[in-house]
Write a protein that binds this ligand. Structure first.
Ligand code: M6R
Length: 600
């Protein structure tokens, strides 16, 4: 949550910072600001709202070759101009942007800053005031910065300007992501390489508890004890076209449309030259040696994990538990004797999941991360990584990452099964290519999906999604999609569970989206639909070809029964998209949310 950027070089930094922040808006978008430094000193512009609002506030006639910027997802203090970053020290000498949470900010404020009048309600302001206090006590800026960092408990990615030290941006990182980008005669700082791809594709990764002195012509990474760290740069494997909307009105629609291509890319990525599926042998050994797999994830990734459980149990014969990361870390169940932990996280930065990883590593258990972000925190810190190959997902609502997660989980389970000598009763590569075609035909049926959104969701204030077995897992994802972008209250239920309480909410016209793709429970789900229809519900039945009945709203192309989630979720994504669009919501940046949830 929150994104930061910095630039030091020969060009006017304003536009570079603003463009960078636009690329980071997925990380938070309730307020934003930049601070630029020129011979007149440091000038700060900040605004409540989006980068577009900030742009209007930035004065054209201020030019400066050094600057820092921030886009915010509020944690401490409401989203307003006062709480927006950058924050400045009392004298105005120091200006700072921060992504993270300082847990002991109150204690530090009481102990060191009792006589300073704070201008904001943020934890961040404490950092900048502390730096000024220690520099007034006689420390150099680097010393004051380092001393302050040692006092902080929590997470931070920080960029700091000193009005008296024109040639430097001081940078530090702990737990929150941060990269330094390298250029000829300039250097940059960003929470994500995407932000600065406009000027460079060369990046240096920063590790926790590192501080960096960034100048126009040099970058020096130090540990907090002052030891200098040498680290090679890498080329960001991103293309501008991956991160642009192109002709699409929204990233979400682009990402929904990309799903057939992502399916095919995943099959290729996990095939060897002989066309056989291949997964790193160490991962397969870890899976097959484990007596239980614990899947840890949040949100959409948790929903993918529920489907993954079915795969590992049914295909590979490995017992699985799926847990919500924010719960698991603070209420750990009794663990099996030889557990393996699988973290599913699109961003690889989710703080709720990371706190579990840290605890599990302390216990000495093996760990594996399934992520879309190579080099992300959870990838670096786990023993093994599996990549999604989905390309950057920018819309807050996860779509292609969900289907990519399910596809990679299916492939991994199939390879683990084969290596353990379990004969699969289906050819997964063949079945996945059928899925890719099925997904293509669904994303090509947008008019139909829009019509469903109009027919069922135009005026309702709530909606229910029901299914059984794998359809239940997808129902939960369908409900999450709808509520997060359209603000219609939506819940996903096991079909049989509604009558145990929730059916009381069914009124005349309440929309019920029922998935019927699982033959074994086909009659049961049809029965559940009848129960709600008898109480006035308006059913939208989405059935698998071969299981359809007269009057069903949508028939899905037939795919292997275990792979139906990859197909049944597509109409739910599109219906949610159109419901959000029709209600005039901000599809890609729904209220109160951020793409990368880096606070607990
Ligand atoms: O990056 P992660 O997969 O760890 O993110 C977890 C959730 O925050 C995320 O899946 C969220 O639920 C989606 N953006 C919802 O569409």
């Amino acid at each position: 949550m929150c994104g930061i950027v910095g630039y030091i070089g020969d060009l006017d930094s304003k536009e570079i910072l603003l463009k960078g922040l636009e690329k980071l808006e997925y990380r938070g978008y309730d307020s934003a600001g930049i601070a630029v430094r020129n011979e007149d000193g440091v000038t700060v512009f900040k605004e409540k709202g989006r980068i577009a609002d900030l742009r209007l506030a930035v004065e054209d006639d201020v030019t400066a070759k050094t600057g820092i910027g921030h886009t915010r997802w509020a944690t401490h203090g409401v989203p307003n101009q006062l709480n927006a970053h950058p924050h400045q020290s009392a004298s105005g000498r120091y200006t700072l942007v921060h992504n993270g949470v300082i847990e002991n900010y109150h204690l530090l404020q009481k102990e060191y800053l009792a006589d300073i009048e704070m201008k904001s309600d943020t934890d961040t302001e404490v950092i900048v005031q502390l730096i000024e206090k220690f520099s007034k006590d006689g420390m150099t800026t680097a010393e004051a910065f380092r001393y302050t960092l040692e006092l902080l408990h929590g997470s931070y990615a920080i960029a700091l300007l000193d009005a008296e030290e024109a040639q430097t941006i001081f940078v530090a990182k702990n737990k929150s992501p941060l990269l330094v980008g390298l250029g000829d005669d300039f250097n940059v700082v960003a929470s994500d390489a995407m932000a600065m791809l406009q000027v460079t594709d060369q990046y240096v990764e920063l590790h926790d508890l590192e501080m960096v002195i960034v100048k126009k012509e040099s970058v020096e990474i130090q540990k907090l004890d002052g030891t200098v760290v040498e680290r090679d740069s890498y080329t960001a494997e991103l293309d501008m076209s991956d991160i642009e909307k192109g002709t699409y009105p929204h990233y979400m629609l682009k990402e929904i449309d990309e799903q057939p291509g992502v399916m095919r890319k995943i099959i290729q990525a996990y095939q060897n030259e002989q066309g056989e599926l291949e997964i790193d042998q160490d991962i397969i050994t870890a899976l097959n040696e484990a007596d239980r797999l614990y899947i840890i994830a949040a949100g959409t990734s948790y929903h993918a994990g529920l489907v993954g459980k079915e795969y590992f149990e049914k295909i590979a014969g490995i017992p699985v538990e799926v847990h919500i990361s924010s719960e698991f870390g603070y209420n750990m169940p009794l663990l099996s004797k030889k557990p393996l932990f699988l973290f599913i996280t699109q961003s690889g930065e989710t703080a709720d999941s990371r706190q579990v990883l840290v605890k599990i590593k302390k216990l000495g258990h093996p760990t594996l991360t399934l992520t879309n972000a190579k080099g992300s925190t959870l990838s670096r810190e786990a023993d093994h990584t599996l990549l999604l190959h989905a390309g950057p997902e920018i819309a807050v609502a996860s779509t292609k990452a969900y289907t990519a997660q399910i596809a990679v989980l299916a492939i991994t389970a199939a390879v683990a099964a084969e290596k353990a000598g379990r004969k699969a009763d289906f050819d997964i590569v063949h079945e996945m290519s059928i899925v890719a075609n099925a997904v293509q035909s669904l994303v090509d049926s947008k008019e139909k999906m829009e019509q469903i959104a109009t027919d069922f969701l135009s005026t309702t204030r709530n909606a229910f999604f029901i299914g059984r077995n794998l359809d239940f897992c997808v129902s939960m994802e369908g409900a999450l999609k709808l509520k997060e972008i359209s603000y219609i209250q939506a819940e996903g239920f096991a079909g049989g569970e509604l009558k145990h309480g929730t059916i009381a909410l069914i009124e005349e016209g309440t929309p019920i989206f029922a998935l019927a793709t699982q033959k074994a429970v086909s009659l049961n789900i049809r029965g559940n639909v009848k129960e709600v229809v008898a109480r006035g519900a308006n059913p939208c039945i989405i059935a698998m070809e071969g299981m359809e009945e007269e009057g069903d709203t949508l028939v899905l192309p037939n795919v292997h029964p275990l792979l139906t989630p990859l197909v049944s979720v597509i109409p739910l994504q599109l219906i949610s998209y159109y419901a959000s669009l029709h209600r005039g919501c901000d599809v890609d940046k729904p209220r109160n949310l951020a793409k990368s949830v880096t606070v607990e």
